[in-house]
Design a protein around this ligand. Structure first.
Ligand code: MN
Length: 239
């Protein structure tokens, strides 16, 4: 049976609407997974995690800094309280149960915070030497390089490519990772662009948007295929 992959959505608290860029869904489908969209209360998050074979945490607005013990910086962007609560509960439960998780952009930030890490609330003002990480160009434009760290899951997925070109639509970034987690890619300015938890069955996050580079970019394609393949193996062992 193809693996069931839960995908988190944007939650518009004011308009009572859920939103998801359909390219996340297509990425999972292309790779052979069955996507299901996830949203709701924290209790729902905890109840649904064990029923899917993997979770894709999608991109979106800023993570509320209260979750890493800070007050809002003046350059903090839009936040979504309902989405923060749902996704953090989802990520913490997936971390505890060993459910495979692939995080993209905001998803990476949610994963880091769920594990006890911290974020830059705004790169341009908190890390003055940073390059431009919020590109002004099409979503498929690969604006900057990243160096892949050897002997990581990401390196294996990318077939040993030492450098990738990626798109970049973030002004937040991971500042510190929880103990034991490893950086899997960095931008030329040192910003963490991918990380993993080697102690978890599958816990990989990227700061860029592979769903928008799909299918022309081989690394983006490989990221979706590796994740769905892993979820498939876990799923078939469990049944
Ligand atoms: Mn970037």
């Amino acid at each position: 049976m193809p693996p069931l992959i839960g995908i988190s959505c944007s939650v518009d608290d004011e308009e009572k609407r859920l939103k998801l860029n359909s390219s996340y869904l297509q990425g999972i489908e292309e790779a052979g997974g069955v996507p299901v969209l996830l949203a709701g209360k924290e209790e729902t998050a905890r109840a649904v995690v064990a029923r899917v074979d993997g979770v894709l945490l999608s991109g979106g607005v800023d993570v509320d800094p209260r979750y890493f013990g800070e007050e809002p910086h003046q350059a903090l962007g839009e936040v979504s309280p309902a989405r923060d609560a749902f996704e953090l509960a989802l990520a913490k439960e997936a971390l505890r149960l060993g459910v495979p998780v692939f995080g993209i952009c905001r998803g990476a930030q949610v994963m880091a915070v769920a594990g006890g890490g911290s974020l830059y609330q705004d790169l341009p003002s908190q890390r003055a030497q940073s390059m431009q990480h919020y590109q002004r160009g099409p979503r498929s434009w690969q604006s900057h390089a990243v160096s892949v760290v050897e002997r990581t899951r990401l390196a294996a997925i990318c077939g040993g490519q030492a450098e990738l070109r990626v798109n970049s639509f973030h002004h937040q970034a991971v500042r510190s990772l929880p103990p034991g987690w490893v950086t899997a890619a960095t931008a030329p300015d040192g910003v963490i662009e991918a990380f993993e938890d080697p102690g978890h069955p599958y816990w990989l996050a990227v700061q860029w948007h592979p769903e928008a580079l799909y299918p022309q970019d081989s690394a983006a394609r490989a990221l979706f295929f590796a994740f769905v393949q892993f979820a498939q193996e876990v799923s078939s062992h469990a049944r």
